[in-house]
Design a protein around this ligand. Sequence first.
Ligand code: NAG
Ligand code: NAG
Ligand code: NAG
Ligand code: NAG
Ligand code: NAG
Ligand code: NAG
Ligand code: NAG
Ligand code: NAG
Length: 688
Amino acid sequence: MAAAAIKFLHLPALIFYVLLLPSAGSTAPDTLNNGGNISDGETLVSAGGSFTLGFFSPRADVLSSKRYLGIWFTVSPDAVCWVANRDTPLSSNTSGVLVISSTGVLRLLDGGSGQTAWSSNMTGASASAVAQLSDSGNLVVREQSSGAVLWQSFDHPSNTLLAGMRFGKNPQTGEEWSLTSWRASNDPATGAYRQVLDTKGLPESILWQGNVKKFSTGPWNGLRFSGIPEIASYAGNFSVQVVVRPDEVAYVFNATAGAPFSRLVLNEDGVLERQAWDPDGRTWIVWMQSPRGVCDNYAKCGAFGLCNEDGAATQFCSCVVGFSPASTSQWSMRETSGGCRRDVALECGNGTTTDGFRVLKGVKLPDTENATVDMSATVEQCRARCLANCSCVAYAPADIRGSGSGCVMWKDGIVDVRYLEDGQELYVRMAKSELVKEKRRAMEKILLPVTLLVLASACIYLVWICSLRGRATSLIFLQGRHRNNDVHKKMRGFLSASDELGDERLDLPFICFGDIVSATNNFSEDNMLGQGGFGKVYKGMMDNNKEVAIKRLGKGSRQGAEEFRNEVVLIAKLQHRNLVRLLGYCIHGDEKLLIYEYLPNKSLDSFIFDAANKKVIDWPTRFKIIKGVSRGLLYLHQDSRLTIIHRDLKSSNILLDTDMCPKISDFGMARIFGGNQQEANTNRVVGT
Ligand SMILES: *[C@@H]1O[C@H](CO)[C@@H](O)[C@H](O)[C@H]1NC(C)=O
Ligand SMILES: *[C@@H]1O[C@H](CO)[C@@H](O)[C@H](O)[C@H]1NC(C)=O
Ligand SMILES: *[C@@H]1O[C@H](CO)[C@@H](O)[C@H](O)[C@H]1NC(C)=O
Ligand SMILES: *[C@@H]1O[C@H](CO)[C@@H](O)[C@H](O)[C@H]1NC(C)=O
Ligand SMILES: *[C@@H]1O[C@H](CO)[C@@H](O)[C@H](O)[C@H]1NC(C)=O
Ligand SMILES: *[C@@H]1O[C@H](CO)[C@@H](O)[C@H](O)[C@H]1NC(C)=O
Ligand SMILES: *[C@@H]1O[C@H](CO)[C@@H](O)[C@H](O)[C@H]1NC(C)=O
Ligand SMILES: *[C@@H]1O[C@H](CO)[C@@H](O)[C@H](O)[C@H]1NC(C)=O
């Protein structure tokens, strides 16, 4: 904080600003002595200047005469982080006064009526006491002689958590440190949302609206909350920990020296935001917010359901392998909270079991409210214990630090599981017959590369034959003229099966599967650019040193076939600088692949939703992107020969080239409007 104060003094604009404040001059004290008082218009300013305590009316409410006593960031008076009398505003506008009794009890008096609007409600000290506003934003009442803390504002959070504040519970006294939203942005009264640390299983932070759980951060795993991997991205500025002691289970964050001012605010809409102060722009920047999307809706997919934010086509929800929707009719109506049912019953009892576990990778762990936790067990012990108890349906290490330790066991059901970047491993109990099926699939996976190798050799042989005739496949790729006629015919048949454009000439080069295998280094993980609802996208280097992006559609998936047809028929006909160019296609047995121009800057969402990247795109660039996307849409809707509606326009489908010129991609859900009205006029919910 000292460093922050020095920075603060270096900014002439800020000094000017401080001088303009009526009572924030260098003489404003940070201490309220025994018997003293502060009336409206007077303030306390912390020693380093970071925080101010005084009376305020919420912004955008200047006409109202309601006055509150609060603490705010001196650089940003709108950023009120604590309010004393949030539910008992002073009725008369400027006559409030905060007094401290000789025993240290704080009282806020309404000057008009003389009544107490708020009090620190504690038994006073025997000796005299003082109140001091510390430079961390904490108003502390201390016994003067012993220095013992009698009361502090940090123990009574409003809607804001500051560095050093506790968020959690004292299991011995039941005392709770939680956040409660304001009723509206201009009304600090107790609002509809509460953020509370649930300590029943592993500590997890829960957003409540009334008595309904709206969102859970997922359990604390030793490093972070399971569902908030972005904690790692600001570790340099703020260290985060969960303290577990007999008298305290609490989440605390500390700011490192030189870190910007930061606050964690539960806003009036029930969104928890981590904001950091940008002194140059003089604004608060949102570093993290939660809930963030569909899959953050608490228990969206019900018991044994799995939520996938990229799975628009599956309504975001699917069941864990080995489970099926409990009610297919409800599930088809997008009512997924009923969850999933086991396909094959477990075989457990008589002290023996044949069951085993299937591992789910990259997930947010389920709610641990009813789970059994043992921090001292090893992961192997955990597995054995879960297997030995027929009511255990899943387990996971409680602490992922190192090679993992501790044990969480779930009984009955698991809810609120979603796929997530940097997710964890969860072991779900399965009947033996289910696991045998999986082994067979694994075997197939081993056989597949062998098959591919054989096919690739065959392809190389073909290319060799081709090149002998002076027609290298790369030339086919470049010129888009020559085609493998057999496959092309097959492709035409495939396309015309249901499409009214089937008879039109398809001007798209066919690309040999072997070329794709070598371009992507046999679909190596290193070449993977991303994974969408329909399959994986790889980066490839064709043998003419041309970089391409290759989309490999999920095998045998009906959706994939439809999307493939759509993309080939639609984008092949379109050419516009704001639409992604389709360069070729490939059908090879079950495999369906699409080859696009490669755009090095990835998609728009990787910029605007990333704390670090979002600073890279300035306003002129953003404006350019907006214009580009609009031009692309105008072309689709009006300027091309066809009228095409995209139906899945979202930031992850806007790709950016080296010049940050936007290109609309993913036409899997697009429809031609006008050709077949029946198809275009639908009341089925699709896409975004
Ligand atoms: C506040 O302090 C002033 C002077 O220190 C005193 O005159 C006034 O009576 C006090 N007000 C209250 C409400 O204690
Ligand atoms: C206080 O209230 C009076 C009348 O209610 C009004 O005239 C005056 O402008 C108000 N002062 C402030 C600072 O709002
Ligand atoms: C004051 O504190 C006591 C015990 O801590 C509590 O029972 C009482 O409700 C509190 N009163 C107010 C007005 O907050
Ligand atoms: C704090 O965050 C900023 C912006 O992300 C970063 O540039 C800086 O290095 C971080 N500070 C520390 C001490 O890691
Ligand atoms: C935060 O700071 C306090 C006091 O300086 C220290 O006791 C605590 O361990 C720190 N916590 C973290 C997470 O660094
Ligand atoms: C329990 O043991 C009996 C006899 O050994 C067997 O018939 C039965 O299938 C077993 N039940 C379970 C649930 O394993
Ligand atoms: C925990 O058990 C209670 C009581 O049976 C139930 O209401 C609640 O939904 C359960 N919580 C979870 C996360 O399963
Ligand atoms: C099995 O687990 C349940 C729930 O966690 C627990 O109540 C029960 O005591 C356990 N049974 C045994 C034999 O450990």
